[in-house]
Design a protein around this ligand. Structure first.
Ligand code: GDP
Ligand code: CA
Length: 325
């Protein structure tokens, strides 16, 4: 099976780590695969008059190599002078730190949006600055916003996540605008023409869930002849980094590699997945998942560096190949 055209559905930090490993793998072959990354835009928001797109930026910064690896988000070598001024004026969210370099991105993006460019064209303009080695597409050009339903009302996902550290009990999630959103230009085409579609080990609820909520993307994933293979974001009953388990719990899915796969569902049964990678510690889920119509395989899934992640991406492509046969 050719794996010349790879599409990856991705959230921010987990998605970026995975795509970097995949890019490392692709660069090693004589004719590198064309990688298209479809990024979640449900965490986007207007703040201090600026359009902020957290997952697109995590992907762009990490692939450009200008991200802050230690902190895990934003730009390396940041300063906070502008943010301090905004706080002094009482504008924006004091707990949602926007560094000076990062604000440069948001100002540029907002300026282009206000000139009338759709988000996908803005992303193309911003990423032209750096050779990312992948094509980065927002899932949609429309504004889709994930809100968290709590006993005190709805909060934007980022307010719930960053200000309350996901401590306010979530009763559910609402993706405002998702049902009427259309896939951004190029997304459906990329999925339909792909040799393989990979689902990054990203948050299944608010990252991948929002991408899948866009009707045109959902339909394309069902129609494409490309195998769809996902990588578990849960290892040994934990989400590895962060608080993503709270999101799973809120929608009634166990924090378990097998449960997440069944939540996505088997493609033959109108679900998403043909294949699913779990970590070695979750090897016991392989047989039940395979019996449920999702070809599963156990390999190391810790994304400790690009090299390790490249091996994981190779396992995903190999599983896709065997599913196809
Ligand atoms: P966000 O948008 O920045 O929250 O990032 P994503 O949605 O792309 O990914 C967050 C998820 O990545 C976390 O909830 C973890 O489940 C997953 N993750 C992070 N590090 C690793 C890792 O090393 N291995 C695996 N398998 N999953 C990871
Ligand atoms: Ca995110």
């Amino acid at each position: 099976m050719a794996t010349d055209r790879i599409v990856v559905l991705a959230g921010g930090v987990g998605g970026a780590k995975f795509v970097r490993g995949l890019r490392t793998l692709a660069r090693r072959t004589s004719s590198p695969a064309a990688i298209t990354v479809v990024a979640n835009t449900g965490d986007d928001l207007w703040l201090a008059g600026l359009r902020v797109t957290p997952d697109l930026d995590s992907l762009m910064y990490a692939l450009a190599g200008v991200n802050d690896d230690e902190r895990g988000w934003g730009r390396a070598g940041e300063s906070l002078r502008v943010s301090a001024e905004l706080t002094a004026y009482g504008v924006g969210w004091p707990w949602f730190t926007l560094g000076d370099l990062d604000l440069g991105t948001h100002i540029a993006r907002s300026a282009l949006l206000k000139e009338g460019l759709p988000l996908s064209a803005v992303v193309e303009r911003l990423t032209a600055r750096w050779p990312l080695g992948v094509r980065l597409l927002p899932a949609t050009d429309q504004e889709v916003e994930t809100h968290v339903v709590t006993a005190e009302g709805e909060l934007h996902f980022e307010e719930w996540w960053v200000r309350t550290r996901a401590a306010v009990p979530a009763l559910g999630f609402v993706q405002h605008g998702v049902e009427t959103a259309t896939a951004a230009p190029g997304v459906r085409e990329a999925i339909m023409e792909a040799d393989v579609v990979l689902v990054a080990p990203s948050n299944p609820v608010v990252s991948i869930g929002t991408i899948l909520g866009i009707p045109g993307i959902r339909a394309a994933l069902r129609e494409t002849s490309a195998p769809v293979v996902g990588v578990s974001p849960v290892i040994g009953g934990s989400v590895v980094r962060g608080m993503g388990d709270v999101c799973l719990t809120a929608i009634g899915v166990a924090t378990d590699a097998g449960a997440v796969a069944l939540h996505y569902g088997a493609r033959p049964a109108a679900g998403l997945l043909d294949g699913w990678l779990v970590d070695d510690v979750d090897a016991a889920t392989v047989d039940p998942l395979t019996a449920a119509g999702i070809a599963a395989r156990a390999v190391p899934l810790w994304m400790t560096d690009d090299e390790t992640t490249a091996r994981m991406a190779a396992a995903a492509l190999s599983l896709a190949r065997s599913v196809r046969e």
